[in-house]
Design a binder for this molecule. Structure first.
Ligand code: PLP
Length: 384
């Protein structure tokens, strides 16, 4: 028996996803877009079917906007190293937030150093983003806003629509990091009007090694590829090459075929479970867990009182987060201790780590009861 409360890190995988991988490897393992024999056709067909599924999942404009990557990190880096390098100049501004995951900070630090663009941050005010100064932060020099949708540490969903509208008024592009939101809700890129959206398959029941970069077609058309190699070209001669059409221009080399097919199975599975159910169930778990945790003496829960997300982060008085989590593991409880790849946010709270419980639709209230019981036991063990 395992109580798995580390879903913000990666989700567990349903059988149908594991079976989709096995079926690919055992029945029609072949490379895509190349062979003209039956199993190569089957592999290409299954791979491309997933592009259609992703297109439908996020209500994108067309499959041409859907690029398969290895995950959110690679997706953001592609935008940074292609769009960023081509469009940012000295004095331009990139705006991100103080609660970003490192994968939406570090690429922009690298690119701002390369281009001379200035990296600015929407600061935290208490437990939320401080948008009071937003009209100053988003100005004529702003060329890109890159923002996390749902926090991986605080129970927060950011008001991205408001930010997107303001950014578009000054002609800036907007990237939405949806790594934490897409496992839990219906996203609609046409409605959001974001220019880029990124996410990982492994946090939404899919395999590791697959993710998505959505980009508006006209923007992708004008971006250069980051990686060169097979599949992304139209013609290669000794002195120059021309590029394949989008999205293939951005998928150099043999892609993660099995993982993409597994992601397709995960999307079918989640659609079957239903995002309404997922949100409702996880929200009930969050409310219940919060009220139970609040009964623990000397606990500090980070984030706003009204938790809108799927994670709860906390520390308890003098107890090290690492000690508690290590002891909880003895009871087969998997929770995370650490900085959760958001060191600037940890600095805002003046802490170096926290314990993070993150839920998904398969978690239950009885698991939360077991967690609380074991947490109390671990505190007693340390006290003695
Ligand atoms: N962005 C957010 C908000 C995340 O929570 C994560 C992973 O935890 C990432 C980006 C990076 O995702 P990956 O490691 O799958 O590339």
């Amino acid at each position: 028996p395992l109580v798995y409360f580390d879903n913000a890190s990666t989700s567990q995988k349903p059988k149908c996803v594991i079976e989709a991988l096995t079926q690919f490897y055992s029945e029609y393992n072949a490379n895509v877009h190349r062979g003209i024999y039956k199993i190569a056709d089957a592999a290409t067909e299954e791979y491309e079917k997933v592009r259609i599924k992703v297109n439908n999942l996020i209500n994108s404009y067309s499959e041409r906007s859907i690029i398969f990557t290895s995950g959110t990190t690679e997706s953001i880096n592609i935008v940074a190293h292609s769009w960023g390098v081509e469009n940012l100049r000295k004095g331009d501004e990139i705006l991100i937030t103080e609660m970003e995951h490192h994968s939406n900070i570090v690429p922009w630090q690298i690119i701002s150093k390369k281009t001379g663009a200035i990296l600015r941050y929407i600061p935290m005010r208490d437990d939320i983003l401080d948008l009071n100064n937003i009209d100053n932060l988003i100005n004529n020099r702003t060329k890109l806003v890159s923002i996390i949708h749902q926090s991986n540490v605080l129970g927060i969903i950011n008001p991205i629509r408001e930010v997107i509208e303001k950014a578009h008024k000054v002609g800036a592009k907007v990237l939405v990091d949806a790594a934490q939101s897409i496992p839990h809700m219906n996203l609609d890129v046409q409605n959001l009007e974001c220019d880029f959206l990124t996410f990982s398959g492994h946090k939404m029941c899919g395999p590791t090694g697959v993710g998505v970069l959505f980009g508006k077609e006209n923007i992708l058309e004008n971006m250069d590829p980051v990686f060169g190699g097979g599949q992304m070209i139209e013609k290669v001669s000794l002195d120059k090459s021309t590029w394949n059409e989008i999205p293939f221009k951005f998928e150099a080399g043999t892609p993660n075929i099995a993982q993409v097919i597994g992601l397709g199975a995960a999307i079918d599975y989640l659609m079957n479970v239903g995002f309404d159910f997922i949100r409702e169930h996880v929200s009930e778990l969050i409310q219940y867990a919060t009220s139970e945790l609040q009964k623990i003496e000397h606990i500090t829960i980070y984030g706003p009182n009204q938790n809108q997300g799927s994670v709860i982060s906390f520390n308890i008085d003098k107890y090290s987060a690492y000690d508690l989590v290590k002891l909880l593991d003895c009871y087969n409880i998997a929770v995370r201790a650490g900085h959760h790849c958001v060191q600037p946010l940890m600095n805002h709270y003046n802490i170096s780590s926290s314990i993070r419980k993150s839920f998904y639709f398969y978690n239950t209230k009885s698991e939360i009861n077991y967690f609380i019981e074991c947490l109390k036991k671990t505190i007693k063990i340390i006290d003695h």
